[in-house]
Ligand binder design. Structure first.
Ligand code: MLC
Ligand code: AMP
Length: 516
């Protein structure tokens, strides 16, 4: 299958099999592809009514719903740019995104509507969308004649902007084209043999690449059915495995499934594929899952800026601690970190990527964009890795100062800047420490002024109001001085080593060590 846009592929599926279930939603009605198609038309009409035209950004911060996915497709119908935002972001974080992206429309949760209508700049229309197909946007859409004509779009047209934080603490909007999303979806459908016969358990959030551009796009484009869950809960997911075929999740999903003690070959009897990504899957979890179910989890590697890059094979050896081979049309090389030359198999270096999956650049940041590409057009991922003798890619670390907690990225700089402003703090360093549930836990190490009466709770309380919950440190430790090298740079690896066992036995049984 060659997909032109996800919207086009979805429309083809809806026309071919209108009565097919698009989404089964526990506690809510089932939506067919025909329902989805008419929903997209009406939502597109609502966007037009709010002044959205081709190229306009539509920012969306709403609870998970199928209608939010249809809204994304409605943007595609008009050639507008979809800008999903993590529901955890606070007002000050949202202010930054709105100032930077200048959306034409902001779609929020129903409970936030009144305040946002007062607070938003006059140029931004505000409507709401609730998790039960409620809200002002849906009300507006109901009374309108659907937009059935789709704007003709090419692979170079902008489809979406996803914000990712940066090492400077200032988030950057990654611009993804229709070509990025379509070609990556094509590659994944082929690699994972994903078809209209599949029934996907969708338990991921839909504001990041994994839940949106991998899980949802694949289902919409293939004409598959989603068992659409509000969020991940191990028991609910296990309850649905009897009538599903595929699960896609972050490693925390799999460690929690293993911990549940409910995994047996019988509970997963209908399932054909388990995919993990967004963070390293512990080899121990891979092995424990296999022992309990007979299934080898298929681990893949991706990034907001590049969509999916590599995958373990569908047919073949899925190796624990590796992320497999480059996807169709994707070039991956491991380069020397100093001189940029490509390294032979077995040697560790910077992972660089080129191909139709690689984004167009950061929104209104041409210099930042240029600095993250090599002269010959490879994107520098910031991950460190090596290819083994059989061609499997191993991710062995990160060149970027980044913590990945439960699949969410947290850039230490952003947290350090906030902590350093707390009265009584001299300086701070934020690191990710091994955590049995989240993989890594955001942890702050703080140097306090002499005589200051600072404690953990004060620091957390001071920085919390402006910071999404998942970014907040799980612990704050105090020290007299941060370890530094001769250049004066804080040695975060020393902090990580010193406190490596801080979360051992933290509520969830230990699942083992990372390999790679
Ligand atoms: C929730 N909390 C987290 C957290 N998720 N803290 C740190 N890291 C996280 N990921 C907070 C909650 O607010 C709560 O705080 C406390 O931790 C315990 O919450 P919980 O009930 O145990 O969490 P839960 O709601 O079950 O969520 C955990 C999770 C979720 C793992 C299911 O975080 C999740 O769905 N993660 C997926 C992220 C994702 O989609 N990443 C893909 C990015 S795309 P309190 O104090 O309120 O109790 C990408 C590219 C690629 O990376 O390759 O895919
Ligand atoms: P994001 O910017 O949120 O898209 O996160 C991308 C980062 O997640 C990558 O640069 C990697 O560091 C990490 N990542 C994604 N998949 C994997 C994986 N399978 N193993 C290890 N790290 C991963």
């Amino acid at each position: 299958m060659t997909i032109r846009t996800i919207h086009d592929a979805f429309c083809q599926q809806a026309k071919a099999a209108p009565e097919k279930h698009l989404a089964e939603r526990p506690g809510l009605d089932t939506l067919t592809f025909a329902d989805g198609l008419s929903g997209v038309g009406r939502l597109a009409a609502a966007l037009v009514a709010r002044g959205v035209v081709r190229g306009d950004r539509v920012a969306v911060q709403v609870d998970k719903s199928v209608e939010a996915l249809l809204l994304g497709l409605a943007c595609q119908r008009l050639g507008a740019v979809f800008l999903p935002l993590n529901t955890g972001y606070t007002t000050s974080e949202i202010d930054y995104f709105v100032g930077d992206a200048e959306p034409r429309l902001f779609v929020c949760r129903p409970e936030g509507l009144e305040k946002l209508r007062t607070d938003m700049p006059a140029t931004v229309a505000v409507e709401s969308l609730g998790a039960r197909a409620d809200g002002t946007l849906m009300e507006l859409a109901q009374g309108l004649t659907p937009v059935t004509e789709a704007t003709v779009l090419g692979h170079d047209d902008l489809a979406a902007i996803l914000y990712t934080s940066g090492t400077t603490g200032r988030p950057k909007g990654a611009m993804l084209t229709h070509g990025n999303l379509a070609t990556n979806c094509d590659a994944l459908l082929a690699a994972w043999r994903f078809t209209d016969q599949d029934r996907l358990i969708h338990a991921l959030p839909i504001f990041h690449t994994h839940g949106l551009f991998v899980a949802a796009n694949m289902s919409l484009a293939a004409g598959a059915t989603m068992i659409f869950l509000e969020k991940f809960e191990a028991d609910t997911v296990l309850d649905h495995m009897a009538d599903a075929t595929v699960l896609m999740g972050v490693p925390t999903f799999y460690s929690r499934l293993v911990q549940s003690g409910r995994l047996t070959p019988e509970t997963v009897a209908g399932m054909r594929l388990f995919v993990s990504g967004s963070a390293p899957l512990l080899a121990d979890v891979h092995l424990a899952f296999r022992a309990a179910t007979g299934h080898a989890i298929l681990e893949r590697y991706g990034m907001t800026e590049t969509c999916m890059i590599t995958s373990n094979p569908h047919d073949g050896d899925r190796r624990a601690g590796t992320v497999g081979f480059p996807l169709q049309d994707v070039e991956v090389r491991v380069a020397d970190r100093e001189d940029g030359t490509a390294l032979p198999r077995g040697e560790t270096g910077a992972i660089q990527v080129k191909g139709p999956n690689v984004f167009q650049g950061y929104w209104r940041m041409p210099e930042k964009t240029a600095s993250e590409f090599t002269d010959d057009g490879f994107f520098i991922t910031g991950d460190l890795g090596r290819f083994d003798d059989d061609g499997y890619l191993h991710i062995v670390g990160r060149d970027k100062d980044l913590v990945i907690s439960g699949g969410y990225n947290v850039y230490p700089k952003e947290i350090e800047l906030l902590i350093d402003e707390v009265p009584g703090v001299v300086e701070s360093a934020v690191v990710g420490l091994p955590h049995p549930d989240f993989g890594e836990a955001v942890t702050a190490v703080v140097v306090a002024e002499k005589g200051a009466t600072l404690d953990e709770a004060t620091v957390v309380a001071a920085i919390s109001p402006g910071l999404a919950r998942y970014k907040q440190p799980k612990r704050v430790l105090f020290t007299d001085a941060l370890p530094r090298n001769v250049m004066g740079k804080v040695q975060k690896n020393m902090l990580r080593d010193m406190h490596a066992t801080l979360y051992k036995g933290n509520g969830v049984a230990e699942t083992g060590s990372r390999t790679g």
